[in-house]
Design a protein around this ligand. Sequence first.
Ligand SMILES: CC(C)(COP(=O)(O)OP(=O)(O)OC[C@H]1O[C@@H](n2cnc3c(N)ncnc32)[C@H](O)[C@@H]1OP(=O)(O)O)[C@@H](O)C(=O)NCCC(=O)NCCS
Length: 168
Amino acid sequence: MWIAEKDDVVLVMEWWCDARYMGEYQDVMTKTLAEFEKIILENTTFYLIEKKDGVKIGHIAGWMIGRTMEIGFALIPSERGKGYGTEAIRLMVDYLFLTKDIVRIQVTTDVRNMASQRVLEKSGFVKEGTMRKYFYAKGDYRDHFLYSILREEWKEPKILTETTGKIK
Ligand SMILES: CC(C)(COP(=O)(O)OP(=O)(O)OC[C@H]1O[C@@H](n2cnc3c(N)ncnc32)[C@H](O)[C@@H]1OP(=O)(O)O)[C@@H](O)C(=O)NCCC(=O)NCCS
């Protein structure tokens, strides 16, 4: 995981202007480079998902709402379905609860976005309910599910526990 820097903005801009990256449930973002810079470097906490060989394959963006951190995420199409999304979200949940004074992390996702829902469920998120006509995409208002994980549900850093076996 890598905190985005100015040099990363063009790569993220390329991703967000590409309908394949944004997926079936979100529109591409048409903004200027300056606007992208503001979103990535100022308005959000922006992480790039990196493979062990250093190749950047996706992003997780976070923004605060009171003491809740909301996140959004995506991977490049060629790296989907290999478990990276789940690994990245679980790692991010550990990192956020370990480093931020937050009580919960939340995500909203299109009710038809099964891959996203599966990643969230495998990462310990709980479905809270449906937000009707919450998000405008592809020419229509879409229903979203709201998912969250509370600090008391998280309890311990799971990725570190699994990878080192040292934290119990
Ligand atoms: C959502 C996303 C990040 C998931 O990342 P990923 O690396 O592909 O996810 P994983 O491989 O870790 O897990 C995907 C899970 O969804 C399941 N899945 C994928 N497509 C599915 C479908 N159409 N129906 C049911 N399950 C599906 C997979 O089987 C897997 O579950 P399993 O491990 O139980 O078999 C990725 O698909 C993506 O970038 N999508 C486009 C952008 C997007 O929708 N972002 C989320 C916005 S909230």
